[in-house]
Design a binder for this molecule. Structure first.
Ligand code: AGP
Length: 614
């Protein structure tokens, strides 16, 4: 993960670097650092913990540092070596004249380190990155040219990297390069920016160039030169970013997560608008670039994703198979990429990712693309690396999601899957027309129903606090809401650190039931439909083992009051669409428990918003 920034121009570099790192804090937040070229002398500033610690360290000397107009910065999510000041980037060579920041993983760093140590390099950190600093510095000593040194050094590196490098003797120059990690160059008037992601530069310029793998860019205040790995000069594709600077604001909420949960009704509304134009008219999904004949011939769909996006994909599988009669496999990208998968020209591969930068999903998508599959990407970032691999691109338009716990992007992914399934089903004529009409009607009123769920926030808060001291939690569901159980449990785990697990309710008696006693809350997701009675029986079985029982239901059945200690009731909707409403109270439960326990809701420990390493 990690975020990197670089600046060369006439302005104070420190402001631009710190502002850029603030925008990249979603990529990691266990330490940070900057290096400034101060009148030909390189100075380093680092701090452990949140970026604010670095800002505080710098505050007393800020006026002095404002003179520097060249610098690089880094925000870290630790891979190799604990989050300490020594392991924080930028890293340096022996003499300290070369500094660099890195995002990615150097896979052959141990061999390189052993070799460099033999040659007299003194390592200070436990990071893989420091090998690159020594490697580039050694090449620089030989060739006296920073670009060439970076080119030669990166040829020895295996793995993924985005690098930004400064050398005291390569005056007024920044060199940057990448392989399997994102890097964008911002182009200003007499200034250049480098960053892992657009938000870090968009406040300053909309003119930018994305680097392709193995390209190396050399920046001075007035020039930008791009070469490939063979030292051939190439012309980069300069584009105008379709972005507006976004002032990130919590809009009065205590945390971004809560703000994002509350944005969900309008996200549903926006996504449906222009797509469902009338219940008797076929749904509009111009994003899908498959002709109707190819859609009819599809015999298999493979969906790859991670984490929350994987859970959205599981709901997607359920409806795509039911509506379209096409076999759908859903697999975590990290598993998919290490096995042989069976695909042919009639297979559609769907990559789902909020960030569009998840390394495993990018690899999975690239592998499938090589095998000739049509690639459909469902993402919140149409400018991401993954989106650039897409043959068809569904942009879920949820707006920037700041909180590490994905909420509104999950909602937007769900809605996108409903639209996709109905779109394919209408082309194939594979689903009962009356059912489609009913679903369209129901989808249109879902934003109001989602608002109704949110209006019960206080009741959910009270229930959440009652269970906040539980050490373990079980979520059970069946059918289309099994992914809801998994997602509810993931939300609770990641922000409250309570061990929460989602099970298909039928599996409970095949093992997990042994854990049940009065200390363990079981939350049953019971939506009216095919499996309602079954899950009711499974809940009875759990109750008989003295578990504390919570129901999340759209049934008004009074008898539930005897079985359950607490009940959260949500509006009724078609069973197929119930995951859309059912997830909202589970997001709120996770939020209120974490907040009650005093956890860092938006930036939970050990996590990062964008997982750019495999
Ligand atoms: C969700 O709350 C998590 N933070 C995480 O599981 C996330 O969904 C996962 O890392 C996938 O990210 P992506 O959607 O950006 O690919």
């Amino acid at each position: 993960m990690c975020g990197i920034v670089g600046y060369i121009g006439e302005k104070s570099a420190v402001d631009i670097l710190l502002n850029g790192l603030t925008k990249l804090e979603y990529r990691g937040y266990d330490s940070s650092g900057i290096a400034l070229n101060n009148g030909g002398h390189i100075e380093l500033y680092k701090a452990v913990g949140k970026l604010n610690n670095l800002k505080e360290n710098i505050r007393p000397i800020k006026d002095e540092l404002d003179k520097s107009t060249i610098g690089i910065g880094h925000i870290r999510w630790a891979t190799h070596g604990a989050p300490t000041t020594v392991n924080a980037h930028p890293h340096t060579c022996n003499c300290g004249k070369l500094v660099l920041v890195h995002n990615g993983i150097i896979e052959n760093y141990q061999e390189l380190r052993a070799e460099l140590e033999k040659q007299g390099c003194l390592f200070k950190s436990q990071t893989d990155t420091e090998t690159v600093a020594h490697l580039v510095a050694r090449e620089f000593d030989k060739v006296k040219d920073l670009t060439e040194a970076v080119r030669l050094a990166t040829q020895r590196i295996e793995g993924a990297y985005a690098l930004c490098v400064l050398h005291q003797d390569a005056k007024d120059t920044i060199v940057a390069t990448k392989r399997n990690a994102p890097l964008v160059v911002g182009i200003g008037e007499g200034e250049y920016f480098v960053a892992s992601d657009v938000p870090a530069i968009i406040d300053y310029t909309k003119k930018a160039m994305y680097l392709d793998d193995n390209q190396i860019v050399t920046l001075t205040r007035t020039s930008m030169k791009l070469i490939d790995k063979n030292n051939n000069e190439i012309k980069g594709k300069v584009e105008i970013l379709p972005w507006e600077p976004v002032a990130l604001s919590k809009m009065g909420y205590k945390h971004y997560m809560m703000k994002e949960i509350h944005e969900q009704p309008s996200i549903i509304r926006n996504l449906l608008s222009g797509k469902i134009t009338g219940i008797n008219e076929n749904l509009n999904l111009n994003e899908v670039q498959l002709d109707k004949e190819t859609v009819k011939k599809l015999n298999r769909i493979q969906i790859v994703a991670c984490g929350t996006s994987l859970h959205a994909a599981m709901v997607g599988k359920y409806i795509l198979e039911d509506f379209c009669g096409i076999a759908v496999d859903v697999e975590p990208s990290s598993e998919y990429i290490y096995r042989k998968t069976v695909t042919d020209e009639n297979t559609l591969v769907i990559g789902v990712s909020q960030s569009g930068e998840t390394a495993d999903t990018i690899t999975a998508v690239k592998q499938s693309k090589k095998r000739g599959s049509h690639i459909l990407i469902v993402t919140n970032r149409p400018d991401s690396t993954m989106a650039r691999e897409a043959d068809s691109l569904i942009s879920v338009c949820a707006g920037i999601e700041v909180s590490v716990a994905a909420t509104k992007s999950y909602m937007a992914q769900l809605i996108s899957f409903y639209l996709l399934a109905i779109y394919i089903a209408e082309i194939k004529g594979s689903v009962d027309k009356e059912l489609v009409k009913k679903l369209k009607k129901e989808l249109i009123v879902l934003p109001e129903k989602a608002e109704e769920v949110l209006s019960q926030e206080n009741q959910v808060k009270v229930i959440s606090r009652k269970y906040a001291n539980a050490k373990n939690f079980i979520y059970i569901a069946r059918g289309i809401n099994f992914p809801t159980a998994l997602e509810g449990a993931l939300k609770l785990k990641e922000i409250s650190y309570i061990n929460a697990t989602g099970y298909t309710a039928g599996e409970l008696k095949h093992g997990p039931i042994a854990m049940l006693d009065e200390t363990l809350p079981v939350l049953s997701i019971m939506m009216k439909g095919k499996v309602y009675d079954k899950i009711l029986s499974n809940s009875e079985e759990a109750k008989a083992r003295n578990a504390k029982m919570i129901a999340l239901t759209n049934s008004s059945d009074e008898k539930l009051n005897e079985l359950f200690d607490d009940i959260i009731r949500i509006p009724e909707t078609d069973e197929y669409l119930s995951p859309i409403l059912a997830i909202i109270p589970l997001q709120l439960i996770a939020y209120y428990i974490a907040e009650f326990l005093g956890k860092d809701v938006d930036q939970p420990r050990n996590l990062a918003k964008s997982v750019t390493v495999e």
